[in-house]
Write a protein that binds this ligand. Structure first.
Ligand code: UDX
Length: 447
């Protein structure tokens, strides 16, 4: 009999995981505590923009014409406990208000709600990003509170999906990491992931703390790579060097590699910033804070880039206050192919200039509603062209393909001044210069 799978929490991670599990052929039951989310998912609608996810969901959600019917949603914990052999916990772990540490309340409450309904053998699999040591604590909780006792086991299986690529990263992960304490858990997880493993995804079996650490250390490494190249961008600016050439040249060394060496206004989003902070906080609790003090510098290099972009803009506008200056901002999301504006460097820069008196007009292909809801006082336009109309300076802050495909000559017709600042080192400088624009970018020589 095929395994029955449940997914607790239906955000980016959970909705994608649930749809992917159905795609792999399992019967899946998803649960969320927010009724609006469940209503939407039952209609086959995704509560966020993620390429390919809606199609995948609609292929499997029960009740949708032509679907396999393998994926259903509920808000009932008893039904969930009864249904599943393997329960994936996919709730979020945000930064705690006013602290660096991570807020475990959603994970804790998911486990507490599930435990009383585990009456027979079951495997609970944590996918959320948690402080190292959490799995050990939660396993003990389950053994004590589930009627099945020690037959209610725990495993930890961190998730590495990138927003914008969530579907492909979930169906064909570049690695599957499972922290387990028994052969039975390992066997069940090998069954769950049999298809991607057959298709070549490496399967790495570890203990609990290693599995937890893999996730936070991977994100710390990525954050370090980005801040490293941004520090080099600062040096390039001080010396007249070009950070894009530097990144290309060091990237040919395959020990270094070219990926994640794009200098600019830095990283944001719902993961990297909060994960490195939570990691530092946890290291402090463990008395190992010295090992991670470098992350403090990574964080501050990153945050500094936002301020540097504001200053570069000020310089290009003549060096004085922003009052009376019209600034077009292309991009609001923290990265392209997403509508996520959490800790978005682009919105941060737009907000700083606006709060200093600039007349900011933002355009983003998918992030407008989310941006408006967290920053209602900024100006918004329905297209790049409208945002640029009458602007004294244009800032390119999220590297959407749409922006690379803009015609600089056409934009030049409507801008008040032809000055563009590339905060993502992604535009074709020569094309803009040919169309009469003054082109500046972070870590590169001026026009
Ligand atoms: C990240 C991890 O990549 C993923 O493995 C983990 O599961 C969750 O966190 P995500 O938040 O989707 O994924 O974003 P990512 O693609 O890593 O980008 C993070 C930020 O770094 C973005 O703001 C992006 O613009 C920025 N970035 C990325 C750079 O500034 N330069 C680069 O070279 C690469």
């Amino acid at each position: 009999m095929a395994l029955k799978i449940t997914v607790i929490g239906t955000g980016y991670l959970g909705a994608t995981h649930a749809a992917a599990m159905a795609e792999l052929g399992f019967e899946v039951l998803g649960l969320d505590v927010v009724p609006e989310k469940i209503d939407k998912l039952r209609r086959g609608e995704v509560p966020m923009y993620e390429p390919g996810l809606e199609e995948l969901l609609r292929r499997h959600v029960a009740g949708i014409e032509g679907s396999t019917g393998r994926l259903r949603f509920t808000m009932d914990w008893a039904e969930l406990g009864e249904f599943g052999d393997v329960h994936f916990v996919c709730v979020n772990t945000p930064q705690r208000h006013g602290e660096y540490a991570c807020d475990m309340s959603y994970v804790d409450s998911a486990i507490a709600s599930l435990a009383p309904h585990l009456k027979g053998p079951a495997l609970v699999v944590g996918k959320s990003t948690v402080p190292v040591g959490s799995a050990d604590r939660l396993a003990a909780y389950l053994a004590e509170h589930a009627p099945a006792g020690a037959d209610a086991e725990l495993a930890w299986n961190p998730e590495f999906l990138r927003e914008g690529f969530a579907v492909q990263d979930t169906l064909r992960p570049d690695r599957i990491v499972v922290g387990v304490r028994s052969e039975r858990s390992e066997k069940l997880l090998r069954e769950v992931y049999a298809t991607p493993v057959e298709e070549g995804s490496p399967f790495v079996v570890t203990d609990f703390p290693t599995a937890e650490l893999v996730k936070t250390s991977a994100n710390s490494f990525l954050a370090t790579k980005i801040s490293f190249i941004n520090a080099m961008a600062e040096l390039c600016e001080a010396t007249g060097g070009d950070v894009t050439k530097l990144a290309e040249a060091i990237g040919y060394d395959d020990r270094i590699g070219r990926k994640f060496l794009r200098a600019g206004i830095g990283f944001g989003g719902g993961c990297l910033p909060k994960d490195i902070r939570a990691f530092m906080a946890r290291a402090g609790e463990l008395g190992a804070d010295q090992a991670l003090t470098f992350l403090r510098e990574i964080d501050s290099i990153n945050m500094r880039q936002r301020g540097r972009m504001v200053e570069l803009t000020r310089q290009e506008l003549g060096g004085g206050p922003f009052l009376g200056k019209r600034v077009a901002v292309l991009g609001a999301t923290f990265k392209p192919d997403s509508d996520d504006v959490r800790d978005s460097p682009a919105l941060n820069v737009a907000g700083q200039i606006h709060l200093q008196g600039g007349q900011v007009t933002v355009y983003d292909p998918k992030g407008m509603d989310n941006a408006r809801s967290i920053f209602p006082t900024l100006g918004y336009a329905d297209s790049a062209l409208e945002a640029v109309r009458g602007a004294h300076v244009v800032l390119h802050l999220t590297e959407w393909r749409e922006f690379r495909e803009l015609d600089p000559a056409e934009l030049g017709e409507v801008a008040a001044e032809r000055v563009v600042l590339d905060g993502r080192n992604a535009l074709d400088a020569e094309a803009w210069r040919r169309a009469g624009w003054r082109f500046r970018a972070m870590g590169r020589p001026g026009a």
